[in-house]
Design a protein around this ligand. Structure first.
Ligand SMILES: [Zn+2]
Length: 248
């Protein structure tokens, strides 16, 4: 491969910078979209866990309710049995035993009814909580799905643009010698998509710092590997500056 002229390399640097600028913008947008998706997913995860916990609790609550109702029925049956037995005793003794049995049974049944009622109330409360949580989950799901739908095409385009630009970037970068590649990559790490600064009228057009005359002359002469003493960007002569030089 023939050695590239300084002007060619300057051109490559500027192309590289333009490609990196496109990559930077596309990557930023892609990250924004992906971050929003991840946020919805994190919210969904939290709400779904809450819902699962509430569903488990509701199942337990329902079981409790069934158990309390069964116990109540069992006790009612047992009570009828005991009374039948007591009627066979007869006389004053039987009447006294019956009176005591009635008293105990009333208290037991009352307590059991209260527990059964409480179990029903708890279950109702949980059902309400479940409904609220289901609404929350479905609302986030809707937002999440809408976001994914809305950004699907854009994301596809961003991915293909990024793929294409990254290939192009590698191609252009490989046109530079190793030293310049390393320097460019280092500066591009600090200024993504903005690593190359134009110089004209003796100063850097990115940070507006005046360049030492010797440095500026080197830039005009097409020397590479020169960084701005102010912002550290790679400096290339602006088209106007080059025009002035060739006119002079
Ligand atoms: Zn500068």
């Amino acid at each position: 491969m023939a050695k590239k002229s300084n002007a060619d390399v300057n051109q490559l640097l500027r192309e590289l910078c333009d490609i990196d600028a496109k990559i930077f913008v596309a990557s930023k947008r892609k990250k924004e979209i992906e971050r929003a998706t991840a946020d919805y997913e994190a919210q969904l995860e939290i709400q779904r866990t809450k819902l699962q916990e509430a569903e488990d609790a509701a199942k337990e609550g329902n079981l409790q309710q069934v158990l309390e109702e069964q116990r109540l029925k069992d006790e009612q049956i047992a009570m009828v049995q005991r009374r039948k037995q007591l009627t066979t005793v007869g006389g004053a003794k039987g009447a006294k035993l019956m009176e005591r049995e009635l008293d105990t049974a009333t208290k037991t049944i009352q307590a059991m009814e209260e527990r059964a009622m409480k179990a029903i109330e708890d279950a109702d409360e949980l059902e309400e909580k479940l409904a609220t949580l289901r609404d929350a989950v479905s609302e986030i799901e809707q937002h999440h799905n809408a976001h994914v739908d809305e950004t699907k095409d854009e994301l596809g385009e961003l991915n293909s643009t990024l793929e294409k630009d990254t290939k192009e970037r590698d191609k252009v970068l490989n046109g530079l010698d190793d030293r310049l590649q390393r320097l460019y990559n280092r500066v591009a790490g600090r200024y993504p998509g903005d690593a190359v600064a134009f110089a004209s009228k003796g100063s850097c057009r990115s940070c507006y710092r005046s360049l030492p005359p010797q440095t500026y002359n080197q830039v005009l002469a097409g020397n590479l590997l020169i960084q701005c003493p102010g912002c550290q960007r790679l400096i290339v002569a602006s088209p106007e500056a080059l025009a002035e030089v060739s006119a002079a």
